[in-house]
Design a protein around this ligand. Structure first.
Ligand code: CP
Length: 336
């Protein structure tokens, strides 16, 4: 798929390695824009982006909102809890109603896997961005996290290939926790593998998906202590109590004992290893408060900051003029 001609971003699996690198580079352009005194460009003036969040969100919704506004798009915000869904209106009629208002893109989050693809099939001519669907995909989170990691490695002289600074060859990424219910893990595995990193999934058997054979490029460990001192990245996942169908682990205490990033485990990390988490965090479960607040190389705040720029890049890739000079667009400011 060519990013410049793609109407939707539904899954990392739809992207080539070149597409992924193109989106990271676009994100980088808009990260530079974010550093300016007036962090706004007129690139999407006249376009309208609808944020259709049928499931709760803080980071993704706010960062798409800010990203669209920084590109000078108009933003339409749909809030499920205050909508006519409570009167029985269907997903199709709700999104058709949003389309009828003249939007160019719909950014959708939904608890059901496949909802964004279904909406894309209904809304001909409107770009659809998957902002997280069930336990399926969360492509912009994974792209933003890969961007954050690559920028950290560039800044610290750890880039695998200076000529291709987005490559992560030789980087060992441990994705730790509730893999089974994590859309972030599914998207992140694909992005990291595409960029050359080696991924180890670290989880108890009850929190691993049954379709592991579909990912032959990943390793699996059931013990964090077995791999912690070999990891360059510890990417922690939230325990998703709302998606787990039953109590899949003995107790929270037992989970922390075996998979939590405690102070003791943090001390065993390589000196240049980094800690990541897509949020929201269950403090004291996936990560000890003392590690989250005080340990060096915790990139959680950077993941949020970079998520805005990466999402601006995605919106620009989908809605920007195909013939536009990205450098020139990102250089123009909005003070005219
Ligand atoms: N990481 C993430 O998707 O967070 P939100 O649910 O707050 O958007």
């Amino acid at each position: 798929m060519s990013v410049s001609s793609a109407p939707h971003l539904l899954s990392i699996d739809d992207l080539s390695v070149d597409d992924i690198v193109c989106l990271l580079e676009l994100g980088d352009r808009f990260a530079e824009v974010a550093e300016r005194a007036v962090p706004k460009v007129p690139a999407l003036r006249g376009k309208t982006v609808a944020l259709a969040f049928f499931e709760d969100s803080t980071r993704t919704r706010l960062s798409f909102d800010l990203a669209a506004k920084r590109l000078s798009a108009d933003v339409l915000t749909f809030t499920a809890s205050a909508s006519s869904l409570s009167k029985g209106e269907s997903l199709r009629d709700t999104t058709e109603t949003i389309r009828a208002m003249g939007v160019d893109a719909v950014v959708i989050r939904h608890r059901h896997a496949g909802a964004p693809a279904q909406v894309a099939a209904w809304l001909d001519g409107v770009s659809v961005v998957n902002a997280g669907d069930g336990a399926h995909q969360h492509p912009t989170q994974a792209l933003g996290d890969a961007y954050t990691l690559a920028k950290h490695r560039q800044a610290n002289g750890l880039a695998a290939e200076p000529a291709n600074p987005w490559r992560l060859d030789g980087t060992h990424v441990g994705i730790v926790g509730d893999i089974a219910h994590s859309r972030v893990a599914r998207s992140a595995m694909a992005v990291y593998a595409a960029l050359g990193a080696h991924v180890t999934l670290v989880a108890p058997p009850t929190l691993l998906p049954v379709e592991l054979s579909a990912w032959p490029h990943v390793s699996v460990s059931h013990r964090l202590d077995e791999v912690i001192d070999s990891l360059d990245v510890v990417s922690l996942l939230r325990m998703q109590r709302e998606r787990a169908s039953s109590d899949v682990f003995g107790s929270v205490r037992e989970y922390v004992d075996r998979y939590g990033l405690t102070l003791e485990r943090a001390c065993r990390l390589k000196p240049d290893a980094v800690v990541m988490h897509p949020g929201p965090v269950n403090r004291g479960v996936e990560i000890a408060s003392g590690v989250m607040d005080a340990a060096p190389n915790v990139l959680i705040g950077h993941q949020v900051t970079h998520g805005v720029a990466l999402r601006a890049g995605v919106l620009y890739a989908l809605l920007g003029r195909a013939d536009a000079d990205v450098e020139a667009e990102a250089s123009r400011d909005d003070r005219r």
